[in-house]
Design a protein around this ligand. Structure first.
Ligand code: SAM
Length: 209
């Protein structure tokens, strides 16, 4: 039997994130999660927001862990992971009301973050939301000493990792048809940023009936 992987931070941050997602995803049905990691967020959010169909995804190496969490749950609204490495997938069909991703932008290289925004801009319906959670820099500055230390530890691990400047992410969003809607200050010097997919003639978000 596969041992279920544990990401203890998910237990600490999930309720604060849930409070925001309940509002931001109130009108959504289908959500793609990018970089689901262990899958613990997916299970928690899927259970607490049963109106959503939650599509997990990650690189192949994490699928066994995500599936082991899913196998122990009876949730029907959380789907087995898509094989999604944002650098290897050109495009996804426009088929989601929303995208959620947590703690990925500082782990991915900036080139991969660019790919993530390109994919998000194409796969959500007009009016849909992209919620990105994690630590971010503001005006090129760390928002806390602990984030600065965290950034140093990331770069020691891999020089391509690092906390991203929010202005750079806003530029990527704009380039991909996403408009900044809201920013939420979150515990432990994190933020949850919400972008809204601009209206186009391609489609519209479900009414969330
Ligand atoms: C720190 S973990 C966060 C996992 C989970 N979202 C959480 O908050 O616990 C970063 C995640 O980003 C994923 N990731 C890194 N590079 C990626 C890429 N190029 N495409 C898709 N996912 C990627 C990793 O596989 C990992 O699951």
């Amino acid at each position: 039997m596969t041992r279920k992987p544990e990401a203890p931070a998910t237990d600490r941050n999930r309720d604060a994130i849930l409070e925001v997602l309940r509002v931001e995803f109130a009108q959504s049905r289908s959500v793609l999660e990018i970089g689901s990691g262990t899958g613990q967020h997916a299970l928690y959010f899927g259970r607490e927001m049963p109106w959503l169909e939650w599509q997990t995804s990650d690189r192949l190496e994490n699928h066994e862990g995500i599936n082991s969490w899913l196998a122990d749950s009876s949730l029907e609204n959380v789907c087995r992971p898509l094989n999604l490495d944002v650098e290897l997938v050109d495009d996804l069909p426009e088929s989601y009301d929303a995208v959620f991703s947590a703690n990925t932008a500082h782990i991915m290289s900036f080139a991969a973050v660019q790919c993530m925004f390109r994919i998000v801009g194409r796969c959500i319906f007009s009016g849909g939301r992209f919620c990105l959670y994690g630590p971010f820099n503001l005006d090129g500055k760390f928002t806390s000493d602990s984030n600065k230390a965290f950034d140093e530890s990331l770069k020691a691990r891999d020089p391509l990792m690092g906390i991203r400047d929010l202005d750079a992410l806003h530029r990527l969003a704009t380039e991909n048809g996403l408009t900044h809607a809201r920013s939420y200050a979150m515990p432990a010097n994190n933020m949850l940023i919400v972008w809204r997919r601009d209206e186009t003639s391609r489609g519209t978000q479900h009414d969330g009936a």
